[in-house]
Design a protein around this ligand. Structure first.
Ligand code: FE2
Ligand code: FE2
Length: 260
């Protein structure tokens, strides 16, 4: 089967691009299942129930998140009613929601999805993502060998380490968070597809989806600046992974689309 994974969806513009491109991409690549990282879908920071609904209506099956998951205050109350949304699995257990689950694709294949948060330069208070992965992957493999891991992290080394660590145990380890796609997609010897970062669905005339000017101001003056989202000239970055019934990846291919 083929699974489409889209990187961090940024703001209205990102959501509009998902709506515009998703049905066509699923057809064109023959994908049955779509996972997106939605941590920036509500105005660039966090998620809301309404954004989640919008993405589901566009054809998304599962939404992963990351360090921005709680940026919208009401979302902690909304998440328990949104089983398609995963918060980081290695966050403190007291947090609402869950970090992994097994879903059923329209064709009937069971797909385990895991959301992990890195600790290097991102979130030093998260539990060890490697120990969490050991526990969760063993649990999911009792139900299905088809498993996709979103490794939401800053350091390329931490993400690559997770890919190598889980090689042979999951179908794909795909990185998110930096919003910049990497060209290192490959299938590791054990059968795990890997890409350090899938990229974002956000403005190509921006700095990581934010308007350029305030970010430059912060860097050049060291003074606080409000980071606004650029919702124009959206570029969609995604990755299609082909997975066999045995859970081993057979292919990995990057996807790019520009909104007119
Ligand atoms: Fe992000
Ligand atoms: Fe992030």
């Amino acid at each position: 089967m083929k699974i489409l994974f889209l990187g961090d969806i940024v703001g209205n513009g990102g959501r509009a691009a998902v709506k515009a491109f998703l049905p066509g991409l699923m057809d064109e690549y023959g994908c049955e299942f779509c996972i997106v990282n939605g941590e920036n879908s509500a105005g660039g920071s966090g998620l809301t129930g309404r954004c989640v609904q919008e993405l589901m209506e566009a054809g998304v099956h599962v939404i992963t998140t990351g360090d921005h998951v709680w940026d919208q205050r009401e979302f902690a109350g909304e998440l328990p009613r949104l089983p398609q949304v995963l918060r980081p699995a290695n966050a403190p257990a007291v947090q609402p929601g869950r970090g992994h689950d097994v879903f059923e694709a329209p064709g009937g294949v069971k797909i385990g999805v895991v959301c992990l948060l890195g600790r290097t330069f991102v979130n030093a208070t998260a539990d060890c993502p490697f120990a969490a992965a050991d526990r969760i992957v063993a649990e999911i493999r009792r139900q299905t060998p088809v498993i996709v891991v979103d490794m939401h992290a800053e350091a390329t080394s931490e993400k690559t380490a997770m890919g190598r660590y889980l090689d042979g145990r999951v179908s794909a380890v795909l990185g998110t968070h930096t919003h910049v796609p990497t060209a290192d997609q490959q299938i590791f010897p054990g059968g795990t597809a890997f890409q350090c970062d899938v990229g974002m669905v956000g403005s190509r005339e921006s700095i990581l989806g934010r308007d350029i000017e305030p970010v430059l101001q912060r860097f050049t003056t060291g003074m606080p600046a409000r980071f606004t989202v650029n919702n124009r000239q959206i570029r969609l970055h995604g990755t299609v992974v082909t997975v066999g019934d045995d859970g081993r990846a057979r292919g990995i291919q990057r996807v790019l689309r520009d909104m007119p």
